[in-house]
Design a protein around this ligand. Structure first.
Ligand SMILES: Cc1cc2nc3c(=O)[nH]c(=O)nc-3n(C[C@H](O)[C@H](O)[C@H](O)COP(=O)(O)OP(=O)(O)OC[C@H]3O[C@@H](n4cnc5c(N)ncnc54)[C@H](O)[C@@H]3O)c2cc1C
Length: 400
């Protein structure tokens, strides 16, 4: 761009993506004047509370064979952008900027300090070093209007609230897409006998919404309002829009064994029953199920108090059905508003696939959760923020 003054960039939103973009842009273009406009009196609020205060800042992706497993929305775009700045780049970036990291057994990456302030301090230090201006208490109503004052504008406002969605729908931003709905929430299930089992964790469960492709696997936690844990959070993410359309009223199938082959489960149960013929079925606890959960399931199948050799074919069928296809009714989202991210946002077909510049408004860019990209838990959402922010910084560099 032919200007006789240094180019300027306004970043709307001082969260994860906003700061990463500000610092990356200054590292690529030291002359660029960068200003972060933040509506709150505080920046990086979500980073602070993330990962239980420890900030799960990325993931090794070692257990991810297809990005669609972890990004229900945005996988194709991220696959492309990871070539510019992927998880290994993010890992190196933090270590090179004074934040040593550690990898957990489940491949989640955290600061070695086990404290999100390690990341916040790094971002604030780097922003100060590069003279990034930070304007607090500045709510931007119309990002496009900023283009009259700044050469480039990047919107990094995070998950869109219904209010923001309604307000921005009328602006010429190139479309704000479908309304945003929550993702990563837990399930309310009205079953007093089930919720009395609160605190029980089933390490290997498979959860499924019948008549849909939505299913997920992993640990399941029974809570005093219903169900939570990684399997449920993942399912809520993949089925976010479907469940919103159903007003969070839906049947839900639980396989308590983690074994998807029903015939295998049947053989396992028959073997257990034959080798414990004289025992009470109540004392079996197959698949390591905790005694209280097993008693609850037997009660549901009306099989408690029977000896194994009294079960018969019908009893075994009932048991296998209950272990692999136990039906519940989802009665709502958790009452605690514990959603972590939103599903929806700026449609990906309205931005350039490499630079994330708006196709309708030149010099207007988007990064982070404001885009229609979101992931399951495990550090995937922050990785999307770092990757998209870096892509915008490179996009601005190309135009500068
Ligand atoms: C409790 C919780 C825990 C989480 N833990 C993790 C985790 O461990 N790992 C992980 O990967 N992800 C986690 N996430 C998700 C992650 O925090 C987000 O995906 C990430 O913060 C998105 O970054 P962002 O910069 O796009 O948005 P944000 O971090 O939300 O930042 C957006 C900023 O923009 C500001 N803003 C909004 N509108 C305006 C406006 N009009 N004008 C000016 N400023 C505005 C907001 O105040 C905010 O500061 C967690 C989320 C929550 C809620």
């Amino acid at each position: 761009m032919a200007t006789n003054h240094p180019c300027s960039l306004a970043i709307v939103g001082g969260g994860a993506a906003g700061f990463f973009l500000a610092i990356s842009a200054k590292e690529l273009m030291p002359e660029l004047e960068v200003t972060i406009l933040e509506q709150q009196r505080k920046v990086l609020a979500k980073v602070e509370i993330s990962g239980g205060g420890r900030c799960n800042c990325t993931n090794t992706f070692a257990e991810v064979s297809d990005l669609r497993q972890v990004y229900p929305r945005g996988a194709t775009l991220l696959k492309r952008l990871f070539k510019q700045f992927g998880p290994a780049d993010a890992y190196r970036w933090f270590e090179a900027h004074g934040v040593p990291l550690t990898v957990q057994a489940d491949q989640c990456v955290f600061p070695q300090a086990q404290d999100s302030h390690a990341i916040i301090d790094c971002f604030l230090r780097e922003a100060r070093k590069h003279d990034v201006r930070i304007q607090l208490g500045t709510k931007v109503e119309d990002p496009q209007a900023l283009l009259s004052k700044f050469d480039f504008v990047a919107v990094t406002t995070g998950g869109m609230t219904p209010h923001q969605h309604a307000a921005w729908s009328s602006l010429p931003l190139g479309g704000v897409g479908e309304g945003c709905v929550p993702s990563l929430f837990t399930f309310t299930i009205q079953d007093a006998a089930l919720t009395a089992l609160q605190g029980i964790v089933v390490e290997h469960s498979i959860v499924h919404i019948p008549s849909t492709p939505f299913r997920s696997e992993g640990p399941l936690l029974i809570t005093h309002w219903g169900m939570s844990g990684p399997a449920i959070l993942k399912l809520s993410s993949h089925a976010a829009r479907h469940l919103a359309e159903q007003h969070y009223q839906s049947p839900l199938l639980i396989n308590w064994t983690g074994e998807s082959n029903t015939e295998e489960v049947r053989q396992h149960i028959i073997y257990n029953i034959e080798t414990n013929a004289q025992k009470l079925i109540d004392n079996l606890h197959p698949y390591g199920l905790q005694a209280r959960l097993w008693a609850y399931l037997l009660n549901k199948a009306q099989l408690q108090g029977r000896r194994c050799n009294e079960l018969g074919k019908r009893g075994i069928n009932r048991l296998v059905e209950l272990l692999t296809n136990d039906t519940y009714t989802l009665a709502g989202r958790s009452p605690y508003k514990d959603e972590f991210v939103t599903c929806g946002g700026i449609p990906l077909d309205s931005v350039d696939k490499t630079t994330l510049e708006s196709k309708t408004t030149p010099h207007l860019f988007y990064a982070g959760e404001v885009l229609d990209i979101d992931g399951v838990t495990g550090g995937f959402n922050f990785q999307a923020a770092w990757t998209t922010a870096y892509a915008v910084a490179k996009g601005i560099e190309k135009k500068n």
